[in-house]
Design a protein around this ligand. Structure first.
Ligand code: PGA
Length: 249
């Protein structure tokens, strides 16, 4: 790797698996990748399975994250979960501003910014997702959209910026089988690094990352790792993604 940033391979299970499958997957991951330190490996199960997965991974090098959090610490917010609660079940990470939440659940830049601050305040390492829609890319608005998303999320975040990982996930590439090329991703990653104004910020790529295309992405020095949905559900395919980042270091 050409930078001091350690690569991260993160598996977002989204709303998949039942309790038994989540536990079995975590145990199998522990068996296969439990001592892997380069790259860093993290998994993001649905809320109800966090405690079980935390227990299954305890003492291994694989860390745990949640897919979302509420901006507050506690209160009358039916159905919501706070960063402080996530910490108490062993989470280190939390995903903030995933495009499925921005576009399907109406999460605004302002809400994303509040969640990012709450994550940092509760001691979680946030993965901030940014990315343009197909329409925005076609209008050549990619840079403007991503700059706005980053500026607004980072507003008021001072020295803890370096603790944030940014995932560039073009909306047109998520779950579609159509991934950005390493060149397309690298171009945006360079700009993200400039806008984030902190050389410690890791920039991941996400959107249809598969064992078949990860090799080229892992070779690009601007890509510090991947955030993966579909291909993270099976241990065998997830392990192949991890292997691609191991061999480049
Ligand atoms: P995908 O999802 O790998 O299934 O495209 C990526 C993501 O949403 O983080």
């Amino acid at each position: 790797m050409s930078t001091a940033r350690r690569a991260l391979v993160a598996g977002n299970w989204k709303m998949y698996k039942d309790r038994a499958a989540a536990k079995a997957t975590a145990l199998a991951l522990r068996e296969t990748l439990g001592s892997c330190e380069i790259p860093e490996v993290a998994v993001f199960p649905p809320f109800p399975f966090l405690a079980d997965v935390s227990e299954a991974l305890h003492g291994s090098a694989i860390s745990l994250g949640a897919q979302d959090l509420h901006p507050g610490k506690e209160g009358a917010f039916t159905g919501e979960v706070s960063g402080w609660m996530l910490r108490s079940v062993g989470c280190r990470w939390v995903i903030v501003g995933h495009s499925e939440r921005r576009h399907q659940l109406g999460e605004t830049d302002e809400v994303v910014a509040r969640k990012l601050r709450a994550a940092l305040e509760s001691g979680l390492d946030p993965i901030l997702c940014v990315g343009e829609t197909l329409q925005e890319r076609e209008r050549r608005d990619t840079e403007r959209v991503i700059e706005r998303q980053i500026e607004s999320a980072f507003h008021g975040v001072g020295t803890s910026r370096g603790q944030v990982t940014i995932a560039y996930e073009p909306v047109w590439a998520i779950g579609t089988g159509r991934n950005a090329t390493p060149e397309q991703a690298s171009e945006v990653h360079k700009r993200i690094r400039d806008w984030s104004e902190d050389a410690r910020v890791r920039v991941l790529y996400g959107g249809s990352v598969k064992p078949e295309n990860v090799g080229a992405l892992a070779k690009a020095p601007e890509i510090d790792g991947v955030l993966v949905g579909g291909a993270s559900l099976e241990v065998s395919s997830f392990a192949r993604l991890v292997a691609a980042f191991k061999s480049r270091d």
